[in-house]
Design a protein around this ligand. Structure first.
Ligand SMILES: [Zn+2]
Length: 323
């Protein structure tokens, strides 16, 4: 098949989905920093992505606009996109910011305060943050960027309080939004975070934001890296799969073996789905019986973080288990 025909076919397949797209939140880390390919995006690629949004009439909004919809249990308008940038790497200031300014696209920068406070050389300074805050918002990503899942409640609180006090001191700002370090969390960590009354807490799971069914304490963000737009375009076609309950496993298995993945779906009319589990070969087709998925895997995990996901056509929901 020639390339044009293939593209046409693809656009026909995807066309009905694009009409239904939810809001999308993307996350970037470093810009034009080839030393770290897994967290870097080139500004050339960034421009390609921004041009794609312009050309296809997407509306880039401040992240808080999407969150206000979620808080109000309202549908996020189709074609809304928001950008977030994690950690506070200096390359955002030196390379990324100019592109955002050029397109007049709002953004939210989530900083791990320690890196700035202790003047780590790859990170933005407080002074640079004040400049950045003129064009976008600066929000909170912990003090020490620790693995909260492995820290006691007390240690998490201490870390949070320290970071928040420094943001107040240097930026005179009380953050409304929070991102879990490494996108890792569990029900215990989430409970500690509840005390801080953030308007929203974000993960780093590929997905979309419906607004009505979205959990403000577990908002999906898709990470974009590298230098081709394929992933970016694909993520824009995803919708949030509502009414998903991950029943097992609920925590990282002690022996590292994921045995059976159990998921229930509120929509009992769904008959077919796909299940994803980290390093087990992508998406697997499964049957859904009266809203129940039992996917037997019996596989030993290699990494300290397991992503588990379910997909029904272009509707998607992922979660993370960390050691
Ligand atoms: Zn981070």
């Amino acid at each position: 098949m020639n390339k044009m025909l293939k593209l046409l076919l693809l656009s026909l397949i995807l066309a009905p989905y694009s009409l239904l797209a939810d809001g999308h939140i993307f996350v970037y880390h470093r810009f034009d920093d080839n030393r770290y390919p897994t967290t870097n995006i080139s500004t050339k690629e960034l421009r390609r992505e921004f041009n794609y949004l312009k050309k296809n009439n997407y509306k880039v909004v401040p992240l808080i606009d999407i969150i206000n919809k979620v808080n109000a249990n309202e549908k996020v308008p189709d074609k809304w996109v928001a950008f977030s940038i994690d950690d506070g790497f200096k390359t955002f200031y030196t390379h990324g910011l100019a592109v955002f300014k050029e397109y007049k696209y709002p953004f939210t920068l989530f900083i791990a305060v320690k890196y700035t406070e202790k003047k780590y050389k790859d990170y933005v300074s407080w002074k640079q943050l004040k400049t950045i805050a003129k064009y976008g918002s600066v929000e909170f990503h912990s003090y020490g960027h620790g693995h909260f899942g492995q820290m006691s409640n007390e240690a998490i609180k201490k870390d949070m309080d320290k970071g928040l006090a420094l943001m107040k001191k240097h930026l005179n700002y009380e953050p409304r939004l929070f991102v879990y370090p490494y996108g890792e969390y569990d029900s215990r960590v989430a409970k500690v975070l509840e005390n801080y009354n953030f308007q929203a807490v974000f993960n780093q799971n590929i997905g979309a934001v419906n607004g009505v069914c979205s959990d403000e304490n577990d908002i999906d963000r898709s990470a974009v890296v590298g230098s081709n737009s394929k992933d970016f375009k694909l993520y824009l076609y995803f919708k949030e799969l509502c009414g998903v309950h991950f029943n097992a496993p609920l925590s990282y298995p002690k022996d590292k073996i994921v045995r059976t993945v159990k998921i229930t779906l509120d929509d009992k009319s769904i008959k077919n789905a796909e299940v994803f589990v980290s390093n087990s070969g992508g998406w697997h087709k499964v049957k859904v019986n009266n809203g129940t998925i039992n996917y037997r895997l019996n596989k030993k995990m290699k990494r300290n973080r397991i992503k588990i996901g379910v997909k029904v056509k272009n509707k998607i929901k992922l979660m993370v288990l960390s050691k």
